[in-house]
Design a protein around this ligand. Sequence first.
Ligand code: HEC
Length: 165
Amino acid sequence: MKKISFVIVLLLAGLVWSCGDDKPKEKKEDPFKTSASKAKKTTDKGSSEATLSDEKEAEKEAEQTTPIPPEQLKKAKEIIVAISGADLEAIDGKKKYKLFCTPCHGMDGKMAINGAKDLTKVKTSLEENVAQIYHGKGLMTPFRGVLKDAEIVAVANYVRNDLRK
Ligand code: HEC
């Protein structure tokens, strides 16, 4: 009996030892593989640049599709509802646009500085635009406090009615 249990213990120890031996081998291979592929990337400049710009584009796309938070849309709706037609008529939306928006968007709305969007291709709603002008978004600065609520709606209308094609 003692002999058998000794053999079993030996076998088990052998098993444990062989398993223990296998794992480090796999682990050893991994860093080797990654460093090899890293080396490939760094030597092949063209492809590494391509992957970088791909990542940047993916980031840009993610930014562009980021929805405006619902509480900002709610606030925008409140602003739009509170503004009367007479309030809007008293404001020169084009003048406000020229003063505050051209540095990034250009007079024609097509100048897209710092990821600013082409305003001739606006597909978003008036609420979204008012929310974006009021609260800012991405690299666009907020105009809350800079422009009055009615001025924000007027300038959004100018973009939608006069710049958008
Ligand atoms: C500091 C630069 C800057 C200024 C100034 C600026 N914008 Fe922007 N604008 C941006 C950027 C950047 C974006 C894209 C932001 C994003 O959606 O991530 C943008 C996006 C927009 C959009 C959204 C377009 C769409 O397709 O949904 C509107 C509308 C807009 N701007 C209107 C205005 C108006 C009106 C003004 C002036 C009151 C203004 N912007 C001033 C940088 C600016």
